[in-house]
Design a protein around this ligand. Structure first.
Ligand code: FCA
Length: 331
């Protein structure tokens, strides 16, 4: 064998070894993250997970979409992610007080965690500042809801004296309380009567729990013929509107304004005739999904911890402008 031949064989061998090494490196470098949501059947969360998946395809990382409807399911989702080699996850938890338990499990596996929409609460009842969060500015968006209701009341020429509010509350969830508090304050500022606000505490954040909470309130307050309805999200306002219909109120007697701007609102605005669901403050679930996943990805790949708290804003969407707002927010 000639000297040059030997050299080229050596080079070839080194080359092969090198490419095998790069492959192994690439496999090690592959980023995989989880995206766990509390309500996997709701349009808001479906869109968030899809947006994160799309970003992963663009940037070259994998997103595993999982359901976490209760504590047990969240913990098994984390175990599952660990066995798949994921380096972290984005989560909207089913109960914010699960924060410490979720962080314990994630730490055991060395996983990075960011929250989206609903922020973890620690044992002291305060937000867990150490876990990066991205969510709505609940109070401000709530104020937009209150302002939209007040403007529509004025347009319809309603006298606040004889208008009741159905406030569907969820005080277990801080962002929900911030949202309904913001709406209440804006309404009161517009001249709404405090004594005409009636609470319907819901057990959950969905349409059926809101419907169940709302029905008895209408039944008890038959003395009011005009109602405004608000809650933490449009799914819940829709539950209130459905209860008002069942009670016999017509769309011109009801002004419901939600929050989210997801498929639930699009379906309602697409109905042939208007309903008591007047509008919703739309927030980009596409942006929430992409940005939270991107923050986590950058943290994993560049070691840069995301900001402690990112607050997003909203735009009023009604039957008249919903298609345009949908486009603008990339929904
Ligand atoms: C909470 C609500 C969702 C959505 C999200 C941003 O998780 O339950 O409907 O409003 O905040």
């Amino acid at each position: 064998m000639s000297f040059t031949h030997t050299l080229s064989r050596l080079a070839l061998g080194a080359g092969l070894a090198l490419s095998a090494f790069s492959l192994a490196q690439a496999a090690d470098d592959e980023v995989k993250i989880g995206f766990i949501v509390k309500k996997p059947e709701q349009a808001w969360f479906i869109n968030e997970q899809q947006a994160a998946t799309n970003l992963g395809e663009e940037k070259g990382f994998e997103v595993v979409s999982l359901a976490g409807e209760d504590g047990q399911q969240v913990l098994s989702a984390i175990d599952n992610l660990n066995s798949q080699g994921a380096q972290g996850f984005v989560i909207c938890p089913p109960d914010v007080r699960l924060g410490p338990a979720i962080m314990n499990r994630a730490k055991q596996y060395g996983m990075k965690v960011v929250t989206v929409d609903d922020r973890f609460v620690g044992a002291d009842g305060e937000p867990m500042e150490g876990v990066p969060h991205l969510g709505m500015s609940g109070y401000k968006i709530g104020q937009q809801v209150g302002d939209a209701i007040a403007a529509e009341m004025e347009r319809r020429g309603w006298d606040p004296e004889n208008v009741a509010a159905l406030r569907i509350t969820n005080y277990e969830l801080p962002t929900a309380k911030a949202r309904t508090d913001g709406a209440t304050d804006a309404l009161l500022e517009s001249g709404f009567k405090k004594a005409n606000i009636f609470d319907a505490p819901q057990q959950n954040t969905d349409t059926s729990s809101a419907f169940a909470a709302a029905s008895p309130v209408f039944a008890k307050r038959g003395d009011f013929e005009r109602w405004v309805i608000y809650a933490l999200n449009e799914e819940s306002v829709l539950g209130g509107v459905r209860a008002s219909e069942q009670y016999g109120l017509s769309p011109d007697q009801v002004i419901g304004v939600g929050i989210n701007g997801s498929g639930a609102a699009f379906a309602e605005f697409s109905r042939e005739k208007p309903t008591g669901f007047y509008g919703t403050v739309a927030v980009s679930s596409t942006m929430h999904g992409r940005q939270s996943a991107d923050n986590l990805y950058t943290w994993i790949t560049e070691g840069e911890k995301p900001p402690a708290n990112t607050e997003t804003t909203g735009t009023l969407m009604t039957r008249d402008n919903w298609e345009q707002v949908r486009k603008d927010l990339n929904l």
